[in-house]
Every structure is written in structure tokens, then in C-alpha cells.
Write a protein that binds this ligand. Structure first.
Ligand SMILES: [Zn+2]
Length: 129
């Protein structure tokens, strides 16, 4: 179990990361030279906007896509933190070690399950039924 102090630290770390990623998205939108995207950049910047990821779901920019993925991961991690299951592995239900969470604050699986997950999701094609 995480201590209250650890939970606070992870929450702060995730929020900082969230704002960083959001700022990167905003800058990418501004650089896009597309009026609609530049409008969106203004919305992204609004600190009241909770669902930045939903706002950007239709944007067809590879870099933004990658960052939207990161925002979703951070969102999910913050929810797990609020629910008190932040350090519980999604697959096996065991505790994720703090060292792993410190290295990957958005980790949702323990090292063993993550390795298994990546192995089974490697190469989307050629899967036998
Ligand atoms: Zn696990």
C-alpha cells in the first residue's frame, strides 16, 4: 500500500506531466498552420477543460495522437490514484512495486504482467485464432 505522502507525490507528478503534455499539444496545434487546429489550441489551454483527449480525438496529426495517448494514460492513472487502486496490477491484482511506479508513473501492470501483455500484443497481424 502507498502512504498518503507517496500518493500525494504521485498525484503531483502526474499533474505536472499532464500540463507538460497539454502544453506540447497546444504548441503543435499552433504550429499546424490550420485555422481549426489553432482554434482548438485555445481550448486546450483552458485550465477548466477536463477532457483534452476527447477534444482532440478527431485530429489527424501523428504527434498530437501520441500525446493524446499519454494524456489518456495520465487521466487513467489519476483515476486509479483517486480510487486507491493505483498500485494494483490491472491483470493479476497484485501490488505494483513503488520503484516501478516512480520510473513509470502511468504503469498499470506489474513488470511480469506488462512483459506478458507486450508479448501477446506484439505484431498485430498474423495472430492465430
Ligand atoms: Zn500483474
Amino acid at each position: 500500500m502507498l502512504t498518503e505522502k507517496q500518493r500525494r507525490e504521485f498525484k503531483q507528478q502526474l499533474k505536472d506531466r499532464y500540463y507538460d503534455v497539454r502544453e506540447e499539444i497546444r504548441l503543435e496545434l499552433l504550429r499546424s498552420d490550420n485555422e481549426h487546429f489553432i482554434d482548438l489550441a485555445g481550448l486546450v489551454h483552458d485550465p477548466e477543460e477536463e477532457s483534452v483527449a476527447d477534444l482532440l480525438v478527431d485530429i489527424d496529426l501523428a504527434l498530437v495522437d501520441m500525446h493524446v495517448e499519454q494524456i489518456r494514460d495520465i487521466d487513467a492513472a489519476l483515476i486509479r490514484l483517486a480510487e486507491g487502486i493505483y498500485d494494483v496490477c490491472l491483470d493479476c491484482g497484485k501490488e505494483i512495486v513503488v520503484e516501478r511506479l516512480q520510473a513509470y508513473p502511468t504503469a498499470k501492470r506489474c513488470t511480469r504482467c506488462q512483459t506478458a501483455y507486450e508479448r501477446s500484443h506484439m505484431g498485430h497481424e498474423n495472430h492465430t485464432m
